[in-house]
Design a protein around this ligand. Structure first.
Ligand SMILES: Nc1ncnc2c1ncn2[C@@H]1O[C@H](COP(=O)(O)OP(=O)(O)OP(=O)(O)O)[C@@H](O)[C@H]1O
Ligand SMILES: [Mg+2]
Length: 468
């Protein structure tokens, strides 16, 4: 460091370290260039998003020269678009953002243009405009201000405070339902951009190098996260779309694998059983000739017979006597419908408990109570929902079931039996309305928090994410 002529002046050498904390860049080596008016940041995948009222831009930065695996994804409000002529004489229309620069103890707002020239050895050029009136540039010196280190991108230190705005998609065919509306609301409160994508309007090209997803004639932009809300009627196509997002590298709240498993009731039962999760004794067969024996495998009457494609309680029958059970089974057989026979957990007395699991934690729980004279507690069958406290064993069963199904966001339904909780189902697109209204909890907000946690993990010093 040189002797300073005047302590009150802010002296910079021709190269310095700067931090851009709002962008999640704790250390960048910059070239101070008084020959240039504007400052430029070398970014890649510069992509506009946001609204007309509030245009934003996301971009990647490789802050460490020579380390392509250390990448930081940034987002910022766009304050302008400007024609910029660079030192090599090329003119380019660039996005202009504003953010705080920090050198030593000083922090001040600077305007930065974004340009896609990652080949440059300095990731950032500091132009005249970014220098305050009291700044003196001494071109024969370097690092007049305190030096930083690329180690700031390593490990825990890399967890920046940058509240990067995320671009999130909800895959659904119901843009106006309660859950979709609430997720939009909570994402927007947290300053993210969220779009509703109709799963069935997505089409894809399957290529090794650059898989894409198209939508209404255009290629979809890159999303940081996808919330799949795939209806049961389009599971196969829906999970194919989710898989495509996974291939691209987008974080999917529930994986295609988890959704597929949760939708195949037989498979789901097998997974739960394999993981020693309590569930009602269940028997199933494709075309059981021996009706009596099949029923015998599940127990004795009263017994439950369930159509595999049942939802909202529509295909769930309680056969009170052995005779009734046999005739229901032979009726279903005649319809060539897939079904299962299940032990009736009578002591649960028309009640089941829905546990909402997000990221391995139970976030909200409600009890659904069947209407009088009804054993099915589905809200569609006149059941009522209310908040309920669950036991430690129930909590553990719910978490274990969600984990076994590989679901980050799951509704686990369980019955309270005399020998502990029995899991009935693990739902990969749980509705939020009943849960939020009966518990008063902000479930949608928790899901967005979980997405932030997963997506904002420091990418630096980790090779996992494929470069786009
Ligand atoms: N084995 C059982 N013993 C006692 N009650 C049961 C049993 N199976 C189901 N029920 C009751 O019937 C309701 C509906 O059953 P289930 O959840 O299995 O089917 P569904 O709601 O039609 O399907 P899905 O939950 O997959 O949409 C349950 O919420 C529960 O109240
Ligand atoms: Mg159910």
């Amino acid at each position: 460091m040189s002797e300073k002529t005047n302590v009150s002046d802010f002296t910079l050498g021709w190269e310095e370290w700067v931090a851009l904390p709002e962008l999640g860049l704790p250390a960048l080596k910059v070239k101070v260039d008084t020959g240039a008016r504007t400052s430029a940041l070398h970014a890649y995948n510069i992509e506009p998003f946001g609204t007309d009222k509030r245009p934003r831009v996301r971009f990647g930065v490789l802050p460490v020269a020579g380390r392509d695996d250390v990448q930081v994804i940034c987002s910022a409000d766009v304050i302008d678009r400007r024609e910029i002529t660079s030192s090599n004489g090329e003119t380019e229309l660039r996005y202009v953002i504003q953010t705080h620069a920090k050198m030593g103890a000083r922090s001040w707002p600077v305007e930065i243009t974004l340009t896609d020239r990652t080949a440059m050895s300095y990731r950032m050029l500091f132009g005249r405009q970014a220098l305050g009136d009291d700044t003196i540039v001494n071109p024969s010196e370097s690092f007049c201000q305190p030096e930083l280190s690329y180690d700031l991108y390593r490990g825990k230190a890399a967890k920046s405070d940058a509240r990067r705005a995320l671009r999130i998609a909800i895959l659904t065919r119901e843009p106006n339902n309660y859950s979709t509306r609430r997720l939009i609301e909570e994402a927007e409160t947290r300053d993210h951009v969220i779009e509703v994508i109709d799963t069935t309007r997505c089409y894809m090209n399957i290529k090794t190098m650059s898989p894409e997803i198209h939508y209404d004639g255009k290629r979809l932009p890159y999303f940081d996260a996808v919330i799949p809300r795939i209806g049961a009627s389009i599971t196969s196509y829906g999970t194919a779309v989710v898989r495509q997002f996974e291939t691209i590298g987008t974080y999917c709240v529930n994986s295609s694998e988890g959704i597929t498993a949760s939708r195949d009731k037989l498979f789901a039962h097998q997974i739960l059983a394999r993981n020693q999760i309590g569930m009602p004794t269940t028997a199933f067969a494709s075309s059981p000739k021996d009706t009596k024996n099949l029923i015998g495998l599940a127990g004795t009457a009263p017994i439950i017979v369930k159509l595999l494609e049942s939802t909202q309680g529509k295909g769930v029958v309680l056969a009170e006597t052995q005779k009734a059970a046999e005739s229901v089974v032979s009726a279903f057989r005649g319809l060539k419908a897939d079904f299962l026979v299940q032990q009736f957990v009578a002591e649960s007395a028309g009640e089941d408990v829905r546990c909402l699991v997000i990221g391995g934690k139970v976030i909200a729980t409600m009890r659904r109570r069947a209407a009088k004279g009804e054993f099915r507690s589905n809200l569609h069958q006149g059941g009522v929902a209310e908040s309920v406290r669950i036991t430690k064993t129930e909590r553990e069963a719910a978490i274990k079931a969600a984990r076994a199904m590989k679901l980050n966001f799951a509704g686990v339904d369980l019955l309270r039996s005399n020998d502990g909780p029995k899991v009935l189902e693990v739902n990969s697109s749980p509705g939020l309305e009943g849960l939020e209204t009966s518990t008063g909890k902000n479930v949608a907000g928790k899901l967005i928090d979980e997405i932030e946690k997963k997506v904002r993990m420091p990418v630096p010093w980790r090779k996992s994410r494929a470069k786009r």
